[in-house]
Ligand binder design. Structure first.
Ligand SMILES: *Cc1c(COP(=O)(O)O)cnc(C)c1O
Length: 396
């Protein structure tokens, strides 16, 4: 019999009852150190007092009015995101995939508004992940996710990342823009070279294309800058953000320059729930913390410390893990055993982590962690690697 909850996930048989900071607890009181963060979502940890207060206060006022009316929380959040980024305008939705869908629409509509309606195709990259709606899936290009769902939405041309000549060769008179994650998350925690992002920026400017960054996972402080592209010193025309922006409350946003969004007039896009007062209250509280003086430099310091410690574990356990990769607190351990085995072994030691492509295990701690939690995680990873190495020897 099919489970009541549609079985599209191979779920771990654990349910959590409550969380506090970097820790999650099951009903029987078992404690886990949460370096999964609901896949990079609970950026300020669980039950952050400022977020709880913002949500409760808003819950007593008004939950939902729709986008037929002004939403003051949207106006405040959009103004703050604009002040902190390249963007001139923001649309709020409920998820990452929705932000990607809108970004695709903006790229296409821009070319249309520029009198070039034949330009609708978007160049994407191997190893990308952009979400599970039909167009986001087509942009993701992973045949495993596309199989059985009919003809993929057309208009995406996927190539390997890092080679500018391949990008140039992929551009046709129908190309409208380029979509890329500055740090690929699901694909295996692969940092895209700053030089490549800079070259894409120049190419887009030369050819009248829009540059569209997917910072759904890499944004909102995860790499130690508000957005990962800041490390490369380039800005996009369009950007999708989600995950950390709501701190656990469902929220996505698509940011754009005034020029890129020129076609997005009244009636061209909408969302019933998007940017509702509850989401806005929480997200404004997230920004209060993330934009506080010293918060992002602290993320960078903590991340560097964690990475050094992880590098030492790689030295010690070369048969189990052979590489640390990533940026800031978007970190990946490349495994030499099946990555699912490492995720399980870590969980058995009390540490939650997430698998990724290319046999990588992602470590995505909340941005609020300190050296004590890192020390604890290192002991757990050390123990898990020792157990796996012993198991491998016993099995041999
Ligand atoms: C998670 C993710 C998405 C999809 O976000 P949803 O909220 O699951 O729709 C898209 N792109 C990237 C880079 C992501 O990490």
């Amino acid at each position: 019999m099919i489970p009541a909850v549609m079985p599209t996930y191979a779920r771990v048989d654990i349910a959590f009852e409550r969380g506090e900071g970097a820790y999650l607890y099951t009903a029987d009181g078992t404690r886990y150190l949460d370096f999964a963060s609901g896949v990079a979502v609970t950026a300020l940890g669980h039950a952050h007092p400022a977020l709880v207060q913002a949500l409760v206060e808003q819950a007593h006022k008004v939950w939902h009015t729709s986008n037929l009316f002004r939403v003051s929380g949207q106006e405040r959040l959009a103004a703050r995101l604009i002040r902190a980024s390249f963007a001139d305008t923001v649309f709020f939705g409920n998820s990452g995939a929705e932000a990607i869908e809108l970004g695709i629409k903006i790229v296409r509509k821009y070319q249309y508004a520029m009198g070039r309606p034949e330009r609708y195709r978007i160049i994407t990259f191997d190893g990308a992940f952009h979400g599970r709606t039909l167009a986001a899936l087509a942009a993701t290009g992973n045949t495993k996710y596309l199989e059985g769902f009919g003809p993929p939405v057309s208009g995406f041309d996927q190539i390997p990342a890092g080679d500018l000549a391949l990008v140039k060769a992929a551009i046709t008179p129908e190309t409208a823009g380029i979509l890329i994650e500055p740090v690929q998350g699901e694909g295996g925690v692969r940092v895209i070279e700053p030089r490549f992002l800079q070259a894409l920026r120049r190419l887009c400017d030369e050819q009248g294309l829009l540059l569209f960054f997917d910072e759904i996972q890499s944004g909102m402080g995860r790499t130690g800058k508000l957005f990962a592209h800041e490390w490369a010193g380039v800005t996009p025309d369009v950007m999708a953000v989600a995950k950390g922006i709501g701190g656990g409350f469902p929220l996505g946003a698509c940011l754009a320059t005034e020029s890129a969004a020129r076609g997005m007039i009244a009636g061209t896009h909408g969302s019933t729930y998007g940017g509702n007062p509850l989401a806005m209250a929480v997200s404004n509280a997230v920004l209060d913390v993330v934009l506080e003086d010293g918060f992002l430099p602290r993320v960078e310091r903590v991340a560097n410390h964690f990475r050094q410690q992880l590098a030492m574990l790689v030295e010690r356990h070369g048969a189990v893990i052979d590489d640390v990769r990533g940026a800031g607190l978007l970190l990946g351990l490349h495994a030499r055993v099946p990555n699912g085995d490492l995720v399980t072994a870590l969980r058995e030691k009390g540490l939650l982590a997430v698998g990724a492509g290319d046999n990588v295990v992602r470590l995505l701690p909340p941005l609020i962690i300190g050296e004590a939690e890192i020390a604890e995680a290192i002991v757990m990873i050390d123990a898990a690697c020792t157990a796996l190495a012993a198991g491998a020897v016993a099995a041999a």
